[in-house]
Design a binder for this molecule. Structure first.
Ligand SMILES: [Zn+2]
Length: 426
């Protein structure tokens, strides 16, 4: 289907700034155009009236665990180690494969409803998250959490999972990444092996890094180095690597990450909720590292709503540093658009609206009281929007949600199946 979108305000970006422009957009073959290419001019286009709408690029959530929706609000208000090792992991061990699918479908519902069109997922159920992305129309980067001493020894079955699901599901829209879980669950050797495999296969990489004090202290005790230093020595850090958390940065850590050209994915709600603190945004900015936003899983957030995450990002750092100029709205909006697009190697193709970019678009109702009047729409995206203003969502040139109606998800079925699984396994 081709679309001609008229009357909307478009969120545009260039190197220096974000700005709003009123113009007509054309969507064809999964791409968006301001000026329609000559060869497309004779085709027919369905007109979409976007009066009173802001059209922005689809939001990108660069770190989550989609299946965890099943454990939303299940283990709250407990310390990180107790949360992970005593509450979450025992449930994960008893969940069946289908939980990965239905949990990811519920995650897709929430992401689409709140304007997210791309997510990077670390999962534990082979093929389930990929299947959900494939069916719902979301753009996804999917990695199995790799653990153990040796990728070809005790880590082999998980690595084989990745290769099998890659073979079954990889497409332009659903891609696979290599994702060692964390330095406390995967050895430096496994990180080195994953880096080599990623290089050989042209895959992106991700991992959890320096999330808690305990992680850093145990790593210093075991290796005499910080997690960043250990992982750097394995060759895992380069511009194709995104690193979730990076809350506890010591010594040369940030200089190492910036020097490697890796991207940081900060997760303010999850870090706050698990009592891990607040990432050092001021030092991130000074180091010049690419900063992106993620929600983490719903067991530690407890939502996948990037508008809420942007609001927290904009407020928490100002409060902590007593500096209102920190985390300005425009920078925060870039953390869910142009920043993660760069981390994914898709600068100028994703996270932007310009000729030939991917047609991942979010339509926001500017008549909603939370956004009215539009004195500064970009600022309002960070400080006012709560996600409920999203009225239509398009990914890859197809509507996944149109005028508040899902087009790819049987929402009643998803709720029913999730309810059944929760009653049986939690
Ligand atoms: Zn995580």
């Amino acid at each position: 289907m081709n679309y001609k979108i008229t009357g909307g305000k478009i969120l545009k970006s260039d190197q220096d700034r974000l700005y709003i422009k009123e113009e007509t957009l054309y969507v064809t073959d999964g791409r968006v155009y301001e000026a329609l290419p000559e060869e497309k001019r004779k085709e027919s286009f369905e007109t979409v009236d976007a009066s009173d709408r802001l059209i922005m690029p689809g939001l990108i959530n660069l770190h989550t665990h989609a299946y965890m929706t099943l454990m939303r609000s299940y283990a709250d208000d407990v310390p990180f180690d107790e949360w992970l090792f005593q509450r979450i992991m025992p449930v994960e061990d008893r969940l069946p494969q289908e939980a990965g699918y239905w949990g990811s479908m519920l995650a897709a519902m929430e992401m689409i409803r709140t304007g997210t069109t791309t997510f990077m997922d670390m999962h534990m159920f082979r093929g389930q998250s990929a299947r959900a992305a494939e069916e719902t129309g979301l753009r996804a980067y999917i990695g199995r959490g790799l653990v153990g001493e040796d990728l070809y020894g005790d880590g082999l079955s998980r690595f084989e999972d990745v290769l099998k699901e890659q073979e079954a599901y990889e497409s332009d829209r659903v891609r696979f990444v290599l994702a060692p879980h964390a330095i406390y669950s995967a050895s430096p050797r496994l990180y080195a092996q994953a880096a080599e495999e990623a290089e050989k296969r042209g895959m992106l990489k991700t991992t959890h890094l320096s999330e808690s004090d305990n992680e850093v202290m145990n790593c210093l005790k075991q290796y005499g180095k910080t997690p960043v230093e250990v992982i750097c020595e394995t060759g895992f850090l380069d511009e194709k690597t995104s690193l979730a958390h990076c809350v506890k940065m010591r010594g040369m850590d940030l200089a190492i990450l910036a020097g490697a050209g890796s991207s940081i994915v900060t997760n303010p709600a999850s870090n706050a909720k698990l009592g891990n603190g607040l990432a050092p945004l001021k030092r991130f900015t000074e180091s010049g590292v690419n900063v992106c936003l993620g929600t983490d899983g719903t067991a530690s957030n407890n939502t996948l709503n990037l508008f809420r995450e942007m609001g927290l990002m904009g407020l928490l750092h100002k409060a902590a540093e007593e500096d209102p100029s920190l985390a300005p709205a425009e920078d925060v909006v870039r953390m869910v658009t142009t920043g993660p697009a760069r981390a994914l190697g898709l600068e100028n193709e994703l996270g932007v609206i310009r000729d030939g970019a991917m047609a991942d678009l979010v339509f926001i109702d500017l008549t909603e009281p939370s956004l009215f009047p539009g004195n500064n729409i970009i600022s309002s995206l960070c400080y006012c929007a709560n996600g409920a203003e999203v009225c239509s969502v398009m990914a890859d040139g197809k509507f996944l949600y149109r005028d508040h109606v899902y087009t790819t998800i049987d929402t009643e079925r998803v709720r029913h199946e999730v309810d059944r699984l929760v009653k049986e396994y939690l």
